[in-house]
Write a protein that binds this ligand. Structure first.
Ligand SMILES: *Cc1c(COP(=O)(O)O)cnc(C)c1O
Length: 370
């Protein structure tokens, strides 16, 4: 792969995303891929365009600004808006044709007042069935539905809720949330509404949570939502992202040489240290310093030495004598017989794969494979 400019880049496999999307469609419900937070850090526009071509019936974003970017890029499908809209964004919601999840009546009133000349906007009422976050309770739902249905310019099209514990499929909260949602569906006010509850974990592990349409995110990007209990491979998901850099310097250091900020690493033996032009400014977590993280060089692992800097990190290549300036290094992805996935990196960082990819910054060149 030739790359101009700084030799650090992400490769995003759109075919793998489409494969993972097709796996999601097996649930039988409508699939609206979640492309919030710039497609979990991998680029909402190319991801959504690929999924639009693959037949996705809708998309989900969190912010009005995220919907705007997708509309400008030619995404024409309906779009659900998870996190509400700010004061002043009401007419934009109408213009973009996004469908907000309403979690309080005041937002519905604000939106209704902004609709002009027969314009109307589809909205979903968000029920808090047990997440303990946004929404109205099942007990408040009948009155909330009745009030929203009276507001001019709003079309109440759906009921939505979100699972708190779907990554633990036998957690009793899952059953309980499904039952609480069903109790709302049984209301006369709920007749004809489309219903959505499942995220990736619900879709894969709780078939009864799928209802009319589902909102998968992380599984499309190549990680199991049931991590760490299960891995992408076991779900049949394909890895999507790989991350590469290039050795820009290799130096020998005698035993006892201090390395990098704070001198937190001191060589224990005569060593060879390679510098890579990538750091926490690119999203390589600083917690991976001092041997916590590893990279692949020519199919073999080399540990990170010393602290991760904003623009650079160092790896110990003493055991890999052929390593030279210009060699490609894999931070994420496959090299030879070895593979470092977003799940392994999440494990090193004591976090979840979501955060590993969301924090990849725009400084990384992104290359898309169709
Ligand atoms: C982010 C999000 C999703 C997608 O969750 P995944 O675990 O990535 O599948 C679905 N629904 C809501 C409300 C969300 O905020």
């Amino acid at each position: 792969m030739t790359i101009t400019g700084r030799p650090t880049w992400l490769e995003i496999d759109l075919k793998a995303i489409v494969h993972n999307y097709r796996l999601a469609t097996r649930c039988g419900a409508g699939v609206w891929p979640v492309v919030k937070a710039d497609g979990y850090g991998l680029g909402a526009v190319p991801v959504a365009l690929a999924l639009q071509r693959a037949g996705a019936e809708g998309f989900c974003v969190s912010l009005v600004s995220e919907a705007e970017v997708l509309r400008q890029a030619g995404i024409t499908q309906p779009m659900a808006l998870f996190s509400g809209f700010g004061v002043g964004e009401e007419s934009q919601v109408g213009r973009l044709g996004v469908e907000p999840f309403l979690f309080r009546l005041e937002d519905g009133e604000r939106l209704s007042q902004a609709m002009r000349g027969g314009q109307s906007v589809a909205v979903h009422l968000k029920i808090d069935t047990g997440m303990g976050r946004l929404g109205v309770s099942p007990e408040e739902a009948p009155a909330a539905l009745a009030s929203l249905q009276r507001l001019p310019g709003l079309r109440v099209v759906g009921l939505v809720s979100h699972l708190a514990c779907a990554d633990t499929p036998d957690h009793p909260a899952n059953r309980w949330q499904i039952e609480r949602l069903r109790s709302v569906l049984a209301l006369p006010e709920a007749r004809g509404l489309r219903v959505s509850l499942a995220n990736s974990a619900g879709l894969l592990a709780l078939p009864e949570s799928c209802f009319d349409w589902v909102r998968p995110g992380i599984m499309l990007y190549g990680a199991s939502p049931l991590f760490p209990a299960r891995r992408a491979k076991e779900e049949g998901l394909r890895p999507v992202v790989s991350w590469h850099s290039t050795v820009v310097q290799v130096r020998s250091a005698p035993a006892g040489a201090p390395l990098g900020y704070g001198h937190t690493a001191v060589t224990q033996r005569p060593s060879r240290i390679a510098q890579l032009p990538v750091g926490y400014g690119d999203g390589y977590c600083r917690c991976l310093g001092n041997g916590v993280g590893q990279v692949l060089v020519a199919g073999r692992r080399a540990p990170v030495v010393g602290r991760v800097c904003m623009d650079l990190l160092a790896v110990d290549v003493t055991e890999l004598p052929g390593v030279a300036v210009g060699d490609e290094v894999t931070l994420l992805g496959e090299d030879g017989d070895d593979f470092i996935g977003i799940e392994e990196m999440a494990h090193w960082c004591h976090t979840i794969p979501y955060e590993v990819i969301c924090r990849l910054t725009a400084r990384n060149t992104r290359l898309y494979r169709e």
